[in-house]
Ligand binder design. Structure first.
Ligand SMILES: Cc1cc2nc3c(=O)[nH]c(=O)nc-3n(C[C@H](O)[C@H](O)[C@H](O)COP(=O)(O)OP(=O)(O)OC[C@H]3O[C@@H](n4cnc5c(N)ncnc54)[C@H](O)[C@@H]3O)c2cc1C
Length: 403
């Protein structure tokens, strides 16, 4: 069948490569001139192991399987990958209790090789870490997600598909009058129309808007949360060997400021989480009034803000102050000083928020007739992308069979 895929981030490309490999005639469109321009090309580059996610959730199921399939894919296709393991460190007794819960979750999710460490054992793994206890997670790795996307785009093209860049999709509608021959018409910003048997949208930061423009209720609003990064200055890079994470606050979907060795041999510190003033607002000065209005009009945002006013204000303060950012990093590795932090490019997370003010924790996919929209695909969706593609394929086949 002929399928239009909107979005050439890792999810759109993974879906497109999967459909093209089974013989579907696939056209991928992305508004940007290159693949992986937004979340995929601006993330921490981590292959997560599946430690954090509620057992039975899509995140747990697809995340654990995805950690294996992404590592194997990178190795098979010569994409840079390093399964270096990570240390999650508890810096207080209260965090030790939460770390135990994480260890139990990881075990329930089937994460292999988890090891509980006392401070001396933790320092054998990461000599500069300060902690009360730590959890060693061997399957965690780092990978070049842009490199993965380049391979996926090649796979689409070599199976006869097309990756059409610099082309925004505006809206779509499914024509029902054709009975079994119903078609999905996707209107493009350049005035052209793509006619296909089905549509898959993986529009990341615009997923909810595009779903609505296609007549599909996304069930939530995407709110953009910027994650700002620093990198360690060259003379401080030796303070971290691999990946060092805090114990996350269970009230939030983000993992907390962590230290991540990069494939280039540097170390990233971050990301924090502040409300962005544009869907693609990578700096405070990036403001799109329509995006701000869109966020503010959503009752869920006010409910969220009322519940988390204090930690939210703390995140904004940390965004403005390198000293406060350094203090968060120094909780994990005390030798890191403010002057060791050099600003690095930020990313923006697309996080779906319910009307009731609850952050949508799991992956969320919405269907329309012959349409599948990935509405919420936060971390670890890059890790899980090859598995999410399989899941989307099944949802697509079901909606096509029903339409
Ligand atoms: C700061 C940060 C750190 C993260 N760290 C990790 C990590 O370490 N490990 C991990 O597994 N995950 C991580 N994630 C999450 C991960 O990056 C995302 O889950 C994943 O990249 C989502 O992929 P995507 O294809 O859905 O979105 P995107 O990569 O954002 O792609 C969506 C694409 O759709 C295009 N698009 C949107 N609207 C239209 C339109 N109307 N017409 C045409 N094109 C359109 C956009 O241009 C974009 O290219 C992180 C995310 C962020 C932001």
């Amino acid at each position: 069948m002929r399928v239009t895929v909107v979005g050439a981030g890792i999810l759109g490309l993974a879906v497109a490569a999967r459909l093209a490999s089974r013989g579907d005639d696939v056209v991928v469109v992305d508004k940007e001139p290159d693949v992986a321009t937004h979340q995929t090309g601006r993330n921490s580059g981590v292959i997560h192991s599946g430690l954090y996610y509620a057992p039975g959730s899509l995140k747990a199921r697809l995340g654990v399987a995805g950690s294996r399939s992404m590592t194997a894919f990178a190795r098979e296709h010569g994409v840079r990958v390093d399964v270096c393991g990570k240390l999650v460190v508890a810096t207080s007794d209260a965090e030790v209790a939460r770390l135990r819960t994480l260890a139990e979750r990881g075990t329930a999710n089937g994460v292999a090789g988890l090891r509980w460490l006392d401070p001396a054992e933790a320092r054998k793994v990461e000599p500069e870490v300060r902690c009360v206890a730590a959890l060693h997670v061997p399957p965690t790795g780092i990978v070049d997600y842009r490199g993965v996307c380049a391979v996926l785009a090649d796979q689409v093209r070599s199976a006869g598909g097309e990756v059409r860049l610099g082309t925004a999709a505006v809206a779509a509608r499914t024509r029902h009058d054709g009975g079994p021959g119903a078609r999905v018409q996707v209107r493009l910003a350049d005035g052209a129309t793509l006619v296909a048997d089905a549509l898959v949208a993986c529009a990341g930061l615009h997923a909810d808007r595009f779903a609505r423009a296609c007549g599909v209720d996304p069930g939530a609003r995407v709110v953009p949360f910027r994650g700002e990064y620093y990198e360690l200055a060259p003379d401080a890079v030796g303070l971290v060997r691999g990946l060092v994470y805090p114990v996350p606050d269970p009230r939030f979907p983000f993992l907390g400021v962590h230290l991540t060795r990069t494939l280039a041999g540097g170390v990233h510190a971050g990301p924090n989480a502040v409300l962005a003033l544009a869907r693609e607002g990578y700096r405070w000065r990036d403001v799109v009034p329509a995006d701000v209005a869109d966020s503010l009009r959503w009752p869920g945002l006010w409910r969220l803000a009322a519940r988390h006013a204090v930690p939210g204000a703390r995140e904004v303060a940390r965004s403005a102050s390198r000293r406060l950012f350094a203090r968060s990093v120094a909780r994990l590795v005390p030798a890191v000083r403010p002057q060791d932090l050099v600003p690095a490019p930020a990313g923006v997370r697309a996080q779906a928020l319910g009307r009731d003010g609850r952050l949508v924790d799991d992956f969320l996919v919405a269907d329309g007739p012959r349409q599948v929209h990935v509405v919420n695909a936060p971390s670890p969706a890059a890790t899980a992308s090859l598995e999410i593609a399989r899941y989307v394929e099944q949802r697509l086949d079901a909606t096509v069979a029903a339409a």
